[in-house]
Design a protein around this ligand. Structure first.
Ligand SMILES: Nc1nc2c(ncn2[C@@H]2O[C@H](COP(=O)(O)OP(=O)(O)OP(=O)(O)O)[C@@H](O)[C@H]2O)c(=O)[nH]1
Ligand SMILES: [Mg+2]
Length: 471
């Protein structure tokens, strides 16, 4: 699929800026730019310059000078798209950007579709599909962790891991298929013990990649942390303290927060999404009870639960403190696998003897991690952030292992894994070569889906539609 037309788009963000870049790609890119460019150096035309050079001059439309610009020329195949590419750096006024783009459209360029430059790069073999997808992730990355993962994927760490396994598997598939041609002679070209070893290795790698999706997914989307507890204990105050802004309304009226409020915060390069919820209690207020129902839904969706209680109330009210302990046990029973952090708030109000009784209450919530803070003064909020980081398994990230963040890859890996399990079973049970070859081909198919050896127009359309125009 080689394109005949030349595309144009603004490569920089829309709106006014110091400089804007307009990018052209396609077989007429250099010729078109050349016809509308007047170099400051006499007798210089763009269609005669060397590749990877930059030229000062003016974009002109007949006699009319539109702007003074710098033009970069990249000749195929050594460009981002693999085609001839011209980048015009102009002054960043929206008017100038539009004038230059309109000019090239009049001269026969077509407006690029979203992601079309990267699509062409993929079709010309400049990057594989998972690398192309990483370009979009890289542009979307807004913290250290998601940046690191996208960067690694774009540089081909993941692709080469998959490609290597695919190639080894392909070798065996060929050998087994060769055996089929010599069926009468009963020969074995494919060494079964070596093949078994390969299948084990592939299983191991696939499992690691599939498991990494749990981490990758939360890193990409932010780790959801639900802040829950009875009304008036200071949940909204804590959200504000974490974000360092007055995000949620705080008041001493119980039931202030009725809907859930969410906001993001990056802690040490990892994105967290904090969810302030309506206080949990039995209520007859219809609106509030809807909010409480939502609270449980939010716990369900959260990766970490922060349970807040009012240390001041607890330390002088035995009945209340008993209730709190029951409440905590309830959450633990309902969500046994969810990391739970218990927080005593309003410790600024505590006198020395109340602190004693608080400690004895906290010792009853055994097996849970707890912290004492004052959301109002901010005391202990930094410790809370440290605790939250401890909950996140960032081991894989630190070790620079490949982490899957893309649902499409996850899907293909799962399917490849299932097929490989069939192959493994076939090997153990001495399945005939022709049947085994079918399973291997299936596994190969799913590997190929990831890197783009196997694609369909629908799939490509879906992937690149999510890009911005100009990339
Ligand atoms: N002294 C003290 N007061 C606090 C602290 N945290 C919150 N408060 C006060 O407690 C009251 C309730 O705070 P909110 O943050 O609205 O409580 P909430 O848990 O969001 O309450 P609901 O939304 O009704 O469930 C407010 O008057 C806060 O100023 C604290 O650490 N120390
Ligand atoms: Mg609130």
């Amino acid at each position: 699929m080689i394109y005949n037309d030349t595309i144009v788009a603004l490569a920089t963000a829309s709106g006014a800026g110091a400089v804007a870049i307009i990018r052209l790609s396609g077989k007429d890119a250099i010729e078109m730019a050349s016809k509308n460019f007047k170099s400051v150096t006499e007798n210089k035309t763009l269609n005669k310059v060397n590749t990877h050079t930059i030229h000062l001059g003016h974009i002109v439309d007949g006699q009319r000078v539109i702007d003074q610009v710098l033009v970069s020329v990249f000749k195929n195949p050594n460009s981002y798209t693999g085609e001839d590419v011209v980048e015009v750096s102009c002054h960043g006024s929206v008017y100038i950007q539009q004038e230059i783009i309109q000019l090239f459209l009049r001269k026969g360029c077509r407006m690029a579709n979203p992601g079309e430059f990267t699509l062409r790069a993929f079709l010309n073999g400049k990057l594989d599909l998972s690398q192309a997808e990483a370009v979009a992730d890289l542009i979307a990355s807004d913290n250290e962790a998601s940046h690191q993962i996208a960067m690694q994927q774009m540089r081909g760490g993941f692709s080469s891991e998959i490609a290597k396994l695919r190639e080894e598997l392909l070798n065996f598939a060929s050998l087994i298929e060769l055996e089929l041609d010599f069926a009468e002679e009963d020969v074995e070209f494919a060494d079964r013990s070596q093949f078994k070893e390969l299948v084990e290795r592939i299983t191991f790698v696939l499992k690691r990649l599939i498991d990494s999706f749990a981490v990758g997914n939360v890193i990409k989307n932010g780790i959801p942390v639900a802040i829950v507890g009875e009304p008036n204990v200071g949940k909204s105050t804590l959200l504000n303290a974490l974000l360092n802004e007055e995000r949620a309304i705080v008041s001493d009226i119980a039931g202030t927060t009725r809907d859930t409020i969410e906001d993001e915060l990056v802690i040490n390069g990892i994105g967290f999404r904090f969810i302030d919820t309506a206080g949990i209690r039995d209520t007859n207020d219809v609106v509030e009870s809807i909010g409480i129902k939502k609270t449980f839904e939010k716990i369900e969706q959260a990766q970490v639960v922060v349970y807040l209680f009012d240390a001041d109330v607890i330390s002088h009210d035995d009945k209340k403190s008993e209730n709190i302990i029951i409440e905590i046990e309830k959450i633990k029973n309902k969500y046994p696998l969810k990391p739970l952090l218990i927080i005593a708030n309003k410790t600024d109000k505590l006198t020395e003897d109340k602190k004693q009784s608080l400690n004895s209450i906290l010792s009853k919530v055994e097996g849970s991690q707890y912290l004492s803070i004052s959301a109002k003064s901010g005391k202990g909020v930094e410790d809370l952030k440290t605790q939250l980081l401890n909950f996140v398994n960032t081991g894989a990230l630190k070790n620079n292992e490949t982490i899957i963040t893309n649902t499409r890859h996850y899907d293909s890996l799962l399917k490849a894994f299932q097929e490989i399990q069939k192959v493994k079973y076939g090997l153990e049970t001495g399945l005939s070569g022709d049947l085994m070859a079918i399973d291997i081909r299936q596994a190969l198919y799913h590997f190929g889906e990831i890197t783009g050896e196997i694609t369909s127009d629908d799939l490509l359309g879906n992937i690149f539609a999510n890009f911005c125009i100009g990339k």
